[in-house]
Ligand binder design. Sequence first.
Ligand SMILES: *[C@@H]1O[C@H](CO)[C@@H](O)[C@H](O)[C@H]1NC(C)=O
Ligand SMILES: *[C@@H]1O[C@H](CO)[C@@H](O)[C@H](O)[C@H]1NC(C)=O
Length: 293
Amino acid sequence: MTFGLCCAWIFIFLLPGLSDGGKLLVAPMVGSHWLSMQQLVEKLAERGHEVVVVMPEVSWQMGTTEAYTVKIYPVTKTLEELDNAFQGYVATHLKDLPFPLNTLAIYNVSVNVFHTFFTQCKDLLSSEETLQYLNQSSFDAILTDPVFMCGPILAKYLSLPFVFFMRGFPCNLHYEAPQCPSPLSYTPRLFTFNSDRMTFFQRVENVLVSLLERVYCNGFYEDAIKLSSEILKTDVSLVDLMNSASIWLLRFDFVFEYVRPVMPNMVFIGGINCAERKPLSKAYAESTKLNKK
Ligand SMILES: *[C@@H]1O[C@H](CO)[C@@H](O)[C@H](O)[C@H]1NC(C)=O
Ligand SMILES: *[C@@H]1O[C@H](CO)[C@@H](O)[C@H](O)[C@H]1NC(C)=O
């Protein structure tokens, strides 16, 4: 299917009124990522789409509900192992190490967290029963939070068009994969702490950091690249996995970004995180009052 056709087709299926509802597979990411995606999934189910969410047997914050179908798959890591990996991640951020030890330690622990959570994706793709069920369900599309790359691998495996619902990838991949212009003279890279007005030397620094990005992202996604090549039985790069997304729903706002054009299938949906509003807790309200005094 050509890209244009695929895109138009997805729009038709997501528009209420134009169809009787589609069949959507949701491959979420655990933890806080799920909390904002859940709002969207509930709304889609409410509008008459048939929604199936695949969930690991062990997860944070992913309760089941009546609103949509949940397909649970067996996993190998326990909740304690997930908790420990994440606690190590948080603890490293709180350590007061000098540069570059802080950056190295954060990189090391991030790779560790990636590898720990990615085992859930390996579990999903080695569960014959789950894969058979998913293949037989004839979905129209996959909605996925792709940060760990599990959704895109699953979508390619099942040959389904996919929609991203995401905050961002490390190393600018979400601009690189769809080939958005991202001129190094004006768009500062993560960790440089530069603004869009850079001196000559800051621009040089920006170029050097952008060269490193490829290297450090390969560390994060090493397991994903290996697994996708195994599952899809062909060599696959990170960009191959991402660049055929039909729509990118970006969970942030244009005004928080640096000036750069985005592709027509990229949509800023910032603010969805705030859909579930609650009054501040009493303790927090008190403490901010005290701070103002
Ligand atoms: C990197 O992480 C591993 C475990 O995830 C740990 O054993 C190792 O000591 C860490 N290395 C550095 C340099 O922090
Ligand atoms: C899905 O099922 C069809 C037959 O129903 C089969 O031809 C196809 O190979 C299966 N795909 C996968 C990825 O298992």
